[in-house]
Design a protein around this ligand. Structure first.
Ligand code: HEM
Length: 441
């Protein structure tokens, strides 16, 4: 399929309103572009001085993000927020530095290192859910706390308190708000408007770093290894140049995990509440299993449910926009240096050509393992700069399902599925659920 090359106003509308709409309604804007102009669009402005590429073709996206990964710079807004919040990590690195850091991060997230904390993640989920009142709860709050508790259990190797979980949640919220403000700044908002967001992030950062610092000190003082990823730095073969670097890596991972996992967990509650039959099916399979990774992996429907939720409501609905650092050719078309590249996972996940009845929630479509490998299924991004922690993410979400449904039933207080909101993560509009203790959902 050739690129559709459009100039200035013939594309959509004049530039300014379009650019204002894009960050606040990424999915809707991308869907309109795709519907009006096709899967491959090159939009040229000011005689080709400012270029945008909108790519909704899975194969071309893969070609772009695999073969041309070195030409795709992350957006300045994303880099600035991560740099400020956590410091230099794999998420902010470029070029050779990124390759080195990413190689280390890939081996840190080895299957055995990730699986070591699975039972701990199920245990913290169960402990939290059993403390909840059997009254309607704000589902997003529960999901955020479960995300923080299970992420810390996997990354730091320890159970954190609810107060510490709330500090992590506030930190990630402040980072997302600063990120939104920075993204808007790209589209010409004055710098002074961002100052309050930066101050809020500073306050939250000053509370999160000590939690990680104390976890490192506690592990060093016990002489007993734990099963978290941090153990590989403190007691294992991963060496950092300084404790400050180690803290940045760990805070960066906690931040990378928080909002994505919270959004996915909230959608899991929403969809499970709509599908009591699925809850019963999962319960019958998980009621008497253990909580090690092998136990969870033996229940295909649990993994399939996680994947279907990530398809139908991908927490990150798109790759962060990339900017070309050099001209490249994709699908036989040359895109100039400086082009902003946009794509939408959400739209690819809702394409009927790849996913039959895409609006239907149906975990069984993932049972035979084929769709998971499809280039159209990209909740974790494409190519070598995709999510480094996808194994951990899927495990965390499986642990949340198993830890919840082994002893509880999820009941929604509303008949319909909640609306979708973008902040910039794809989260359900507020809704309430009851976690009702039961022998069988
Ligand atoms: C359902 C949960 C998750 C989803 C949907 C998700 C999605 C993504 C996506 C789409 C990217 C690429 C973003 C871009 O480059 O534009 C990414 C990168 C990343 N994710 Fe995740 N993620 C999830 C969970 C996690 C967890 C649990 C962690 C940490 C434990 C994590 C850490 C990271 C890091 C460090 C990167 C940057 C990788 C690099 O730049 O090389 N993510 N994630």
């Amino acid at each position: 399929m050739p690129f559709n090359i459009l100039n200035g106003k013939e594309f959509y509308r004049p530039l300014a309103p379009f650019l204002r709409e894009l960050p606040t309604d990424y999915i809707g804007t991308m869907a309109k572009v795709q519907a009006r102009h096709g899967d491959l669009v090159h939009w040229r402005n000011f005689g080709g001085m400012m270029n945008f590429a909108f790519i909704s073709d899975p194969q071309v996206n893969r070609e772009l993000f695999v073969r041309n990964i070195d030409a795709l710079a992350k957006s300045p807004s994303q880099i600035q927020t991560f740099l400020y919040a956590a410091g230099e990590t794999v998420a902010t690195a470029h070029g050779d530095d990124w390759r080195k850091k990413r190689k280390e991060a890939n081996s840190l997230f080895s299957r055995s290192a990730v699986e070591a904390s699975c039972a701990g993640q199920v245990a913290v989920t169960k402990a939290y859910i059993s403390r909840l009142d059997p009254t309607p709860q704000d589902a997003l709050t529960v999901a955020k706390r479960m995300a923080a508790l299970t992420a810390s259990r996997g990354i730091l190797g320890r159970e954190i308190s609810l107060d510490e979980a709330d500090i992590q949640i506030a930190f990630s919220k402040a980072a997302a708000e600063r990120f939104n403000a920075e993204s808007a700044q790209l589209f010409a908002r004055p710098d002074w408007m961002q100052a309050p967001k930066r101050r809020a992030l500073t306050r939250c950062k000053n509370e999160v770093f000590p939690i990680v610092r104390q976890a490192i000190d506690a592990l060093r003082n016990t002489n007993t290894p734990n099963d978290g990823l941090m153990n590989h730095y403190v007691n294992g073969t991963f060496v950092t140049s300084s404790d400050a670097e180690m803290q940045s890596i760990l805070v960066g991972l906690l931040m990378g995990a928080q909002d994505n996992i919270a959004a996915a967990a909230a959608w899991i509650f929403a969809f499970l509440a709509q599908h009591p039959d699925l809850q019963r099916d999962i319960h019958s399979q998980v009621k008497s299993i253990g909580s090690q990774a092998d136990d969870l992996n033996s229940c295909a429907i649990v993994r399939a449910t996680v994947l279907e939720v990530l398809r139908i409501r991908p927490p990150a609905p798109a790759n962060q926009p990339r900017r070309l650092t050099k001209p490249i050719a994709v699908a036989g078309h040359r895109l100039p240096k400086g082009t902003y590249v946009f794509n939408s996972f959400y739209n690819m996940h809702h394409n009927a050509a790849d996913f039959a009845q895409p609006e239907r929630f149906d975990p069984t479509r993932f049972l035979d393992g084929t769709l998971e490998r499809s280039p159209s299924f990209t909740p974790f991004g494409h190519g070598p700069r995709n999510c480094v922690a996808q194994g951990m993410a899927v495990q965390q979400l499986m642990a949340i399902i198993v830890g919840t449904l082994q002893g509880h039933r999820i009941i929604s207080q509303q008949a319909a599925l909640p609306e979708t909101t973008q902040k910039p993560f794809l989260v359900p509009a507020p809704f309430k659920v009851t976690f009702e203790k039961c022998a069988s959902p």
